[in-house]
Design a protein around this ligand. Sequence first.
Ligand SMILES: Cc1cc2nc3c(=O)[nH]c(=O)nc-3n(C[C@H](O)[C@H](O)[C@H](O)COP(=O)(O)OP(=O)(O)OC[C@H]3O[C@@H](n4cnc5c(N)ncnc54)[C@H](O)[C@@H]3O)c2cc1C
Ligand code: FES
Length: 558
Amino acid sequence: MSASPALVIVGSGLAGHTLARSLVSLGYAGSVTLVGEEHHAPYDRPPLSKEFQLGDESTLMLQADGLAGVQVISGCKAVAIDTDRRALALSDGRELPWDSLVLATGVRPRPLAGSDPQAPVHFLRTLDDARAIRAKLRDGLKLTVIGGGPIGLELAASAGQLGARVTVLEAAPRLMARTVPPTIAEVLLEHHRASGAQVLLGAQVKAVQRGGVELADGRRVEADLVVVGIGVVANDDLAHAAGIATDDGIFVDANFRTTQPDVYAIGDVTRQRNPISGRFERIETWSNARTQAQALARQLCAGTNGAPRVVTGAAAPWFWSDQGNLRLQCAGLPQGDQEVRRGDPATGLVVGQWSAGRLVGVAAINAPQDFNLLRRILDAGQSMTPEAFASSTELRLPPNHTPEGPAEPVPVTVTQSDAPAALAPSAPLAQVPSTLPPPPPPTAQGTAPDLAACPLEYIEEGAIGSTSLPDGTRIAIYRIQGDEVFATDDKCSHGSSSLCDEGSLEGHLIECGLHLGSFDVRTGKPVSAPCTKAIRSYPAQVRDGTIWIATQPIEPSP
Ligand SMILES: Cc1cc2nc3c(=O)[nH]c(=O)nc-3n(C[C@H](O)[C@H](O)[C@H](O)COP(=O)(O)OP(=O)(O)OC[C@H]3O[C@@H](n4cnc5c(N)ncnc54)[C@H](O)[C@@H]3O)c2cc1C
Ligand code: FES
């Protein structure tokens, strides 16, 4: 290997892009080249079936900064790997030498057999696919979605919101059969039917023709537009042709090494041992792609920049799926030998799975905070008894909980319901003792904290409270430890999630409960994707045992 190693990443989707950014931020000592087949700047796929279809493109693009020094080659496909000469051939005839090669080539939609080439059939994987669908969606359009998996159901929900008449055809006897327990599948079915979609289960598609879909049992479903979401196949051809072990996915070990020295793979394309099931599986989720990329970056930097060797931790796989106003989150396995549920879909439903007495999976509907707590327990390889899950009024981390990841142990969040009722958004300020001390002087930013939010003791150390400004804006208040308090807007800038109701505070980071983006509570600046826009922060101080905040925010710097 040369003194300055050449690292080439194939695929500029979430995994490839995250790896390149992480390498830059960790100070990788070699050169980095990112090769992507798509012509667009790196973008995020989850919004394609959701916000993007409703006209909101604000969350689409991945962070453009942070790639300083990375050579980005777009609109160019990698066509062959020469492992002897350590060279990568590109579709434009160029050849790139590499010392380390990372394959982040993702997956592509599984094709549908029996489709008339003239039929209006679409798939949904890329920005171009999403644009083509969006251009056709309109009020009254007859849309048939083939496949009741997450992407099909998300699109069905978005199209329904736009007034389309939606039919979902699912071959299995229930929705999302591969990824959610039957209890959750039932809730999804009711949700989509209640939203106006016609959902046919056990519906085998025989052929798609112009104007409609013919089912194996002879029924015909009229359609102006058909979108197929029947799963994906791995883009592993490049690896396979180079003699790397594949099976609808590139086999990797816990350190993302393929069977070829110095060739790694990350993201949807990988087949890695699932820490909970013990099987080699492909995990097609946003969090998996991102976590793998970050872990590989740490590993590749180990030794090149003096960083210690990294042992990658196995995290429980998890994903979210937003289907209209229904928020689904799942971690671990969809089924065990014992299932326990708590709550209901309206107020928050959580379904836990146990296998041989051990918690192995959790699925939640509209209950992000409980979900995140249980996900942490799974991640740490810890458990909770089914009895405690079912009977406790409020879920808590076990006393011996080890926080995941390399971060220092930090105080773990106390849920909103731990806070006294006085901290609820509508809490009247009269709840605050009437003999208030005088307000504190202006802060260094020149803004005077002018609103007495609540007594300090109302928010435990490491917990989140809330208050409302006179104009109704809800504010999240974070007590780190002692008198150290901060305040920000309550609403996550990525979506509509409430940081105090659904977030988790770890040190100075508030992690959004919905998609786990995070912000620094001291500045409101985004720390991790998918959050890219800052939230406003409000100067906060403690004076004589009362938390004061300024009603004038510090506008985030661009
Ligand atoms: C519509 C949609 C909605 C989703 N919603 C969610 C969600 O709500 N929650 C969730 O957890 N996950 C969701 N996902 C899944 C998530 O987006 C993926 O898990 C994630 O994008 C995987 O990232 P990746 O980088 O591994 O693969 P990709 O994002 O697929 O990127 C791979 C890239 O490699 C490129 N490439 C392939 N071969 C070559 C080659 N030979 N040369 C050069 N470039 C190449 C491809 O063109 C592609 O750009 C969704 C996916 C889609 C499509
Ligand atoms: S709503 Fe998506 S990270 Fe907060």
